[in-house]
Every structure is written in C-alpha cells, then in structure tokens.
Design a protein around this ligand. Structure first.
Ligand SMILES: [Zn+2]
Length: 256
C-alpha cells in the first residue's frame, strides 16, 4: 500500500509536471487555455499524444521536434522529472493526506514561478495569489487538534510567517536599491503563510546562501565584467523546498 501511494504521487507528479511546462510557456505569453492544443514552440505543429508523454517522449525524440527537428529544451523533461521527485519526496516525508497533497501544489507553484522568473525576470501575481490561497489551509488547521498538521506551531505562527522573511527582505531591497525585486518579497510573504515563521525564515536563509553561491559560480563562469543578473526566485524556491521538507527535522536536530 505504501509503495502504491508513492507510485501514485510520482505518476501524478509527472503528469502535472507536463502541465506545468504548458503553464510556464503560456502564462508569460498570455495564451488562452482553450485556444489550442499543445504545439511545438518552433514550428507550431500540434503534438500527438505520443509526443506528450512526460520525459519519455523527449528521450525518444532525442530532444528534437518530430516535424521541424528544432531542438526542444532539456528543461521540459527536467521540469517533469523534478516535479515528480518533489511530489514523491512530499509523500515520503509526510505520508498520504491533505498536507502532503497541498505541499505538492506549493512545490509545483514554486517550479512554475521559478521557471517564469528565469525566463522574464518576473514572478506572475497569479502564482503569488495561488500560494497565498493554499497557505490558508495550514493556518485554519492550526485551530484544530489532530488536524494532521506536521508542525508544532500556534495559529499566529502562520500569520507571522507572512512578514517574518518578506519584511526584512523588503528592507534590504530598499537599502540596496536593485538586485532584489518585488517578486522575491511577494513570494516569501505568500509561502510564509503556508510554512509559518520558522520554516520561512530558514528557507529564505537557505535561498539567499544558495543565491550567493550561484552568483559566485556565474561570476567565475562568465567573468567579472558581465553584470550577473541573479534570479532570486529560483534560489528562494529551492531554499523553501528544503525547509518545507526537512526544516522541522533540522530544527529538532539543532534543539530549537
Ligand atoms: Zn517543430
């Protein structure tokens, strides 16, 4: 039964991952959902069902469109496989139930937000709003005993989560004037409601460290002359993934 649940989370993660690719492509271009079926981004040819199987189609077609033979970005299978991995990790860490299911939604929103931020340096407000709406659930659950909430946090801990990391980052953004965007602040506010103040602080800290390492790697790779634009949304998202999955265990290990 346990393995069955894991397979179910994994398969759903793959299928949803495929849908996330559609979101990542269409949201910044404002393409209407019902407008058309999935198509090749280069030649516009509609895709057959066998060209849309997560990960496998990309491998079978060797990363090229079947019609125009243009290269299809490796990001498509990576998003699918990554989302699958995140959903399995959510299940492995928290077991089947409403919390791990909602965490899967949070992870998928972070994946979409990160990829769009990498593409256009902007986090769509729809992603922020969706994260905030999902975040209402743990806050409400914190009022009930035996709600299945994995964190030992009172109701106000979730409300404080909205400002715990976002307000300090906003202050830094004001002082440094640039580098940190409004999207980064909004992301931490929205995900803070879901995570609560402890985990959002930990995630932001991890994210900033990861972002700094990323900036150094970019500088070494491209030389100092190039002004490295640092997309903080993917770094903060990665930090939040770590803290949401293992933050409680890390806090316990540190005796906090
Ligand atoms: Zn094509």
């Amino acid at each position: 039964m346990t393995i069955l649940w894991g397979v179910l989370y994994g398969l759903l993660g793959l299928v949803v991952g495929s849908f996330l690719n559609v979101c990542i492509y269409r949201i910044p271009r404002r393409i209407f959902w019902a407008e058309q079926n999935s198509f090749c981004p280069h030649c516009g040819t509609k895709l057959h069902w066998y060209e849309m199987i997560p990960v496998l189609s990309w491998i079978a077609l060797r990363g090229r469109c079947r019609t125009c033979h243009e290269r299809i970005s490796v990001r498509y299978p990576l998003v699918e496989a990554g989302n699958c991995l995140l959903w399995v990790l959510s299940y492995v860490t928290f077991g089947p139930g409403w919390y791990s299911a909602l965490l899967c939604v949070v992870f998928s929103l972070l994946v979409v937000g990160s990829c769009i931020d990498l593409d256009i340096m902007e986090l769509p407000n729809g992603i922020v709003i969706a994260l905030a709406v999902v975040g209402i659930a743990p806050f409400v659950a914190s009022f009930f005993e035996g709600s299945g909430l994995p964190h030992d946090l009172p109701w106000w801990g979730y409300l404080v989560g909205v400002v715990a990391a976002s307000v300090p980052l906003l202050a830094v953004a004001f002082v440094t004037r640039g580098g940190i965007g409004g999207g980064d602040v909004k992301l931490l506010a929205a995900v803070g409601l879901f995570a609560g103040w402890k985990l959002v602080l930990m995630g932001a800290l991890f994210g900033i460290v990861l972002g700094a390492i990323g900036a150094i790697v970019l500088m070494v790779a491209y030389g100092r002359g190039r002004k490295a634009m640092l997309p903080l949304v993917p770094a903060l998202s990665l930090g939040m993934v770590v803290s949401l999955l293992w933050g409680d265990a890390i806090l316990a290990a540190l005796g906090l």
